[in-house]
Write a protein that binds this ligand. Structure first.
Ligand SMILES: [Zn+2]
Length: 377
């Protein structure tokens, strides 16, 4: 089966998610990481006569991107052996909770959060996925605050899954990019020109002027907020996304993150309470009502500039989310803003909603209609 996929992939053009080079699967460009250093060594599938061992090695192998003009980089082979990949970028300035949100999504998926919906997920590359789980998801679930994503001059996806729905499998790659990197031109942000969907993360502590958020802002080190000044990365990314007309056609979602600090504010309280019961793919009406409420809430609290993605994108849904379910407490030893740990086990709330909405808008799940036409409702 893997040999058949390999033969098919040799005729299917795939775009490198990092540098946008268009490439074909090519046996002559395969590498295998060799333990213990994980150094990439050239690998020829024809040297392994046993089909079972060859399939296993193929699953662990990487293809060297033919673009030699940038940093040498490799794509996991399973990323190239299935239907068209879907790439999702998380956008927001440092400290908005992008890293926590992606880790919380992966934790929910790892706990089988998508299984009742008939969505099966497995890793694109097992060793890299487990390294990501160990460095992010396990740390977060142990109550530790994750470090901010480091700025890089060349961006590769953070983690990727093979997502199967109704027998069709597509790779889904997630980019968690440092806010500082998003401000750079050139290779660092070229990947943005090729992403299939964007999740804009609004930091409730930065976007809202509510007085009762003062302490939470101090703990998070965001006490120096400037009223009415939106997240600069939103404009930078929106300006960079390709568009053929006035509106950007890329599916997008706006996530109002850190909603745990708003848990007594209507209608946020209603939506956090609604996050119980059996998981389901949101209906058109649910998507419309939640999007309407987020829009109204941000507008009411003078956070309209954070709604710019909704104004500029034809397809955009809005979501109330808390990646961790609580704010970190400051540790006595912490000597820098934002340092700390969570007082108890984290409780992510509604983190899979934006992902399901992106899946619907990108055709991975059946579209409920309103998700692709909120502006017309
Ligand atoms: Zn490349």
């Amino acid at each position: 089966m893997d040999d058949d996929r390999r033969a098919e992939a040799q005729h299917r053009l795939v775009r490198c998610p990092s540098c946008l080079e268009e490439l074909y699967f090519d046996d002559r460009r395969l590498f295998l990481p060799v333990l213990p250093s994980n150094k990439m060594e050239p690998w020829d599938p024809s040297t392994e006569p046993n089909a079972i061992r060859r399939a296993d090695q193929l699953n662990r192998a990487f293809l060297k991107c033919p673009n030699e003009r940038v940093t040498t980089h490799f794509l996991p082979v399973p990323y190239l052996l299935h239907d068209r990949p879907l790439t999702v970028a998380f956008v927001g300035q440092s400290g908005t909770g992008k890293t926590h949100l992606l880790a919380a999504m992966m934790a929910e998926i790892g706990r089988g959060g998508l299984d009742p919906l008939g969505i099966r997920c497995r890793s694109v590359n097992s060793s890299r996925h487990h390294a990501y789980l160990a460095g992010s998801v396990n740390e977060l679930e142990a109550g530790r605050v994750l470090p901010q994503t480091a700025a890089r001059d060349f961006v590769e996806f953070t983690d990727a899954l093979l997502v199967t729905v109704d027998g069709r499998t597509r790779p889904v790659a997630f980019f968690d990019v440092a806010g500082e990197s998003l401000k750079l031109d050139g290779p660092a942000t070229e990947f943005l020109l090729g992403v299939d969907a964007v999740i804009f993360v609004v930091d409730a502590l930065r976007a809202l002027r509510l007085n009762h958020l003062v302490l939470a802002r101090e703990i998070a080190g965001v006490s120096q907020i400037q009223p009415g000044v939106p997240d600069p990365t939103f404009s930078i990314v929106l300006d960079r996304l390709p568009r053929k007309s006035e509106l950007c056609e890329l599916p997008t979602a706006i996530v109002l993150n850190k909603c745990d600090v708003l848990r007594f504010e209507p209608p946020v309280d209603h939506w956090l309470r609604a996050d119980v019961g059996p998981p389901h793919v949101p209906t058109a009406e649910e998507i419309y009502r939640e999007s309407r409420d987020v829009y109204a809430f941000l507008s009411h609290h003078q956070a309209t500039p954070w709604l710019k993605p909704f104004a500029e994108c034809r397809r955009c849904t809005l979501h109330f989310v808390s990646a961790t379910g609580m704010s970190p407490a400051v540790l006595p030893s912490a000597n820098r803003p934002g340092a700390g740990a969570f007082a108890s086990a984290i409780r992510p709330r509604r983190v899979l909603g934006p992902l399901l909405s992106i899946f619907q808008m990108c055709g991975l799940l059946p579209s409920p209609g309103a998700a692709t036409g909120l502006k017309g409702v």
